[in-house]
Design a protein around this ligand. Sequence first.
Ligand SMILES: *Cc1c(COP(=O)(O)O)cnc(C)c1O
Length: 339
Amino acid sequence: MNLDWKNLPFGYQKTRYNVRCYYRDGKWGELEISSSETINIHMAATCLHYGQEAFEGLKAYRGKDGKVRLFRWKENAARMQNSSKGVLMAVVDDDLFYRTVVKAVELNKDFIPPYGEGASLYVRPMLIGTGAQVGVKPANEYLFMVFVSPVGPYFKEGFKPVDMMICRDADRAAPLGTGHIKVGGNYAASLASLKDAHDNGYASAIYLDAREKKYIDECGPANFFGIKGNTYVTPDSHSILPSVTNKSLIELAKDLGMNVERRPVPVEELKEFDEVGACGTAAVITPIKSIDDHTTGLKLHYCKDGNPGPISTKLYERLLAIQYGEEPDTHGWVDVFDF
Ligand SMILES: *Cc1c(COP(=O)(O)O)cnc(C)c1O
């Protein structure tokens, strides 16, 4: 495969195959391999009307030793199971999730970027209600499928600090809503405010808790963390999506001898952090260099020298080193394949 690996965007890139599995008559069928980029579904499918849709995002990496590493797929499987239960969809068990993901990666192994290009293969499992319903009810048929796309860094600048703004005129998720599961509806709710942030020159919007607008929730489609002295702080809230990256950074922070606090983080505390960042599979860590709050006039600056902070840098490098097989996988996070 001869792609311009160095200049890959974070976006969709056609590959050779995707893998599908249909749920009908109360059970999952056999895996089907497809080379079509489209799906054919009923116009009354519940995913199109009532948001019966969940997705996942994980990555496969071509390691230093030439082997392929899949990062923490079990966490993504468990999260998709939670999402399914949250919007009443058929559940994809670990075995089906694993087989489908591995097949999709293996069939497209030529699209896994070579080691050293700073790129990876993004894996997108998705689950949709395909059964027809006009009344508001869950479907009785589902499609689980996995497609992949080689991707470069989420932000074209790579590991560079970005500007963020606090969003006060919209909520991504309600306090007792679906913020804790990875469903498309949360993304629909965030599109307008994210566009507004982008249009104003910010990389993303920071959402606050919907009830009191007092605490940090999430940074667009990523979790928030702050470093204060020797402590890694990350918000705790029902409306936050539990990020696998955040969970991993917490473990790495502990490895570095840091304390970890998972608790509500008030907006006023932002000025006390030495470093702040957003984290997720797409960008791993996005260091934040400034936060603007147009309502209160608050304007905070981090990364005074223009570079990511030392602890964010250490965590970022350590996680990538595990993903690319440069350092020992002491937590048992990667599955290694010879294809
Ligand atoms: C997917 C997602 C994240 C990041 O989760 P990872 O497992 O680290 O990729 C964070 N917030 C939201 C809202 C998400 O949908």
